[in-house]
Design a protein around this ligand. Structure first.
Ligand code: COI
Length: 357
């Protein structure tokens, strides 16, 4: 596959790179970005790498009024022998197209966009951090750019890919976090856009997230919109429960994001012979397992957060502590194996990584 970027415009003002221990998440951006435009007459045109800069749009652009947009989150890792690896990037571009279809947006050529991304990372390779627990977070997104206030899908779009060197998503790293089960608001409903990676699903969580943060919680756990009974997902990730040796995760109901880390964790567990079930699981059931002493571990999975251990859950005025607020053995093994494969520290038996050359 040799999709070549038509134009590379190099930045004349290279930024000073932050120290790896100061990265945090999503605060710093590299010197260049990728941009490609779409018109309904010509399709996707003019792929180019440009200096990282503001995007100028007509104030009537559809994105500003009706939120027609999709995005992805993926990471590039530096190995100890200085290679750069991407983790299952084909899955991200497949999901980008799935999200676009839901939002009535045009698909991209997945293989070509992956080639463009590799070219961008090559230009920015010095930005891939080296310290343990760091990576280069990749945010591809598509916005509707047509200037038109009528309620209809845009006829013009822009695909942009930006890069951000990151450390851990949560300030405490892999340390167990405290989660509040949201009882009032809902995030998404079956038949809506919950399974698509689109802005509206995320800003619908800000209100509850802000309140939960002010009460000392790290994240919110969402329940289904209809019965407010079944576990859906955590704001940034998919939820898993280890009960009496078996791992349970909510099935993909149509309102949950089909996480790539979620899929990888399920595949690893099956490979290890750990029983894993995708099914409806109610929050009441989880609290009952805790009462009976069979709730062994709770964790969530996502690209940004990787594997995040959950130490406390609050629902309906009751707070439970899981595994004495310590990282469970299985959560730790999943984290070590997944990050080991991602960073090339351990062999990749599943062929999940792709080298950027
Ligand atoms: C990711 O894990 O890549 C995400 O998109 C989560 C993001 C909302 C921080």
């Amino acid at each position: 596959m040799s999709a070549t970027v038509v134009e590379i415009v190099k930045s004349k003002n290279l930024k000073q790179k932050p120290n790896d221990d100061k990265l945090g998440f999503g605060k710093y951006f590299t010197d260049h970005m990728f941009v490609m435009d779409y018109t309904s007459e010509k399709g996707w045109i003019q792929p180019k790498i440009t200096p990282y800069e503001p995007i100028s749009l007509d104030p009537a652009a559809v994105i500003f009024h009706y939120g027609q947009t999709v995005f992805e989150g993926m990471k590039a890792y530096r190995t100890s022998d200085n290679k750069i690896l991407l983790f299952r990037p084909d899955e991200n571009f497949k999901r980008l197209n799935m999200s676009s279809e839901r939002l009535a947006m045009p698909p991209v050529n997945e293989e070509e966009v992956l080639e463009y991304l590799k070219q961008l990372i090559n230009v920015e390779k010095d930005w891939v951090p080296t310290a343990e627990g760091t990576s280069l977070y990749i945010r591809p997104f598509i916005i509707a750019t047509e200037a038109f206030l009528g309620l209809a899908a845009s006829k013009q779009y822009k695909l942009v890919m930006i890069l951000s060197p990151v450390g851990s998503y949560y300030t405490g790293g892999i340390k167990p976090v405290s989660i509040k089960v949201e009882e009032h608001y809902t995030r998404a409903v079956r038949g809506g856009t919950g399974m698509a990676k689109t802005a509206g699903n995320y800003c619908a969580t800000f209100n509850a997230q802000t309140k939960a943060t002010s009460e000392g919680f790290t994240q919110v756990l969402w329940l289904d919109a209809i019965e407010k009974k079944y576990v859906e997902e955590v704001g940034t990730s998919n939820a898993f429960f280890k009960v009496n040796g078996e791992v349970i995760t909510p099935e993909l109901s149509g309102s949950i994001l089909p996480g790539i880390t979620r899929k990888s964790v399920i595949e690893m567990l099956k490979d290890w012979g750990v029983p894993v079930t995708e099914r409806k699981v109610s929050i009441e059931e989880i609290f009952q397992y805790h009462k009976e002493g069979t709730l062994e571990e709770v964790f969530s999975t996502g690209t940004a957060a990787v594997i995040s251990s959950i130490g406390e859950l609050e629902w309906n005025g009751q707070k439970i502590t899981v595994n004495n607020n310590k990282i469970g053995d299985l959560s730790q093994k999943l984290y070590d194996t997944l990050t080991g494969i991602q960073t090339g520290k351990i062999a990749d038996p599943y062929n999940w990584t792709t080298e950027v050359k």
